[in-house]
Design a protein around this ligand. Sequence first.
Ligand code: HEC
Length: 158
Amino acid sequence: MHRAFPIALFAAFVVLVAGSCGPDEAERAAAAEEARIAAHADSVMLAESMYSLAAFDTISWASPDSAISRGSTVWNYSCLKCHGREGAGDGGAVQRGDTIRPPSFLTDDWRFADDHEGLRRQVFTGTAEGMPHWGFYGLKLRDIDAVAHFIREDLRSR
Ligand code: HEC
């Protein structure tokens, strides 16, 4: 009993010090999230500097249908989980604790409705707010072109 007392006192001291020093769980998570966002913004800037319109010039398709068909496969693998099956922005995945969701692609005044080139550029570079930059993440330029055809000529015309 007499020997246990100093040990218990020491243990209580350690618990007290460990508990009061250093960032707590929530602060550490917030710092990690900030670092992740900053790193993502850096690579969006790099993707923007790498983007080249001319690189898309060599892409040709046997028929409009072959572009749409390839684009549909790309959509299902890489986009659907955030953007939703029909592109309404209702996929399951969300960004930053559900504060950032993808917009719907289906509205009449959608910004890329008549802008194939702008759409490919946006898919290539991503955004600083949670849209991956596909120019880095393993989508070939041909697949970016294909998915842009699919969104504009299939999803939006249903
Ligand atoms: C991890 C989730 C996620 C995936 C996967 C994803 N996106 Fe996004 N996307 C987003 C978010 C979130 C936004 C909104 C970003 C913002 O507000 O800056 C967005 C925005 C966009 C926009 C801009 C829309 C507009 O009206 O401004 C386009 C175009 C787009 N995504 C296309 C795609 C395509 C094509 C794919 C597949 C190759 C894809 N996205 C995959 C999350 C995702």
